[in-house]
Write a protein that binds this ligand. Sequence first.
Ligand code: 4AZ
Length: 327
Amino acid sequence: MGWVSLPLLLSLLWRVQEHSIQAYEWATVCGQPQTHERILGGQDTTQSQWPWQASLKYKTHHWCGASLIHSSWVLTAAHCFQDLADDPSVWRVQLGSQSSKSHKLSFSFLHARRVSRIILHPYYLGWPPKDIALVKLQSPIFFMRSILPICLPSSINEFKNLTNCWVTGWGKIKENQVLGKPWYLKAAKLPIIDQETCDKYYHVGTTLPLFIARIYDDMLCAGFEDGSKDACQGDSGGPLACEVNGSWHLIGIVSWGDGCGRPFRPSVFTNVSLHTDWILTTINSSTFSLIPSKLVVLLTLQLYYVSLEPISQGAYLRSDQCGHDLS
Ligand code: 4AZ
């Protein structure tokens, strides 16, 4: 290794570390699609309008939606993995594509990633509540016009007066009809329904007494009484994105519903604001676990440098400076 490349390598490593530690500096870039187009509910949409939308693929097949929240992490629903959470190698994450079936050339290092970790919520028991999972990409994705993260809701207070919320996905367009060619992302504007009203709706047409709740804990509903717009199978894990003070926030994750488009059966989402702490803690602890291994690399480089110093022509980085730089 030439001596010119050593400081470069060190600075690169340091930048990578800095990037991971200050994981949430991206808050300044999150939730800001670089477009001013507007769409009608249920119509085709372009990826740059929803640049955080990801397709979680089982091998090569679109399986669930997901949302980019960080250059190395997407958030999705835990139920998407069923019993396949232990094997990250069968999963892929595709970003930056309007169609769920991307062109072979665009299924490249620019737009798709293998998965290195799948972390289900520790209290998820195989069905909602806590239907939420973090997926770590094997390497960070590059941000571009069609690939940008969405903001996380910082508190439940952000729920007040949410009037611009959209669900997006490549799921079925009717209960018994899959999305057809060219498999373009769909978006529908949905009003939020308060938990009490939603629970009442979910009792309509059942013999279940009202004191047995169907909507509880971290469940959040959005949709119409008549079911005219709705999420469906294949949209699971995808975002309910709401505009708050000019930025888009990930308010919900598509979780479940009784069929699709049925009256009194709106879509049920995982309420992300109740999981922000878990998300941040999990991402940060996963990031910090990298530091010891980086220190080993840096120490090794330092030893390498010390052992070669007598024959090197000029010292670009003395070990004391190195120690100072890393403090
Ligand atoms: C599903 O099976 C599913 N109508 C997702 C959302 C809804 C229903 C089913 C909501 O993944």
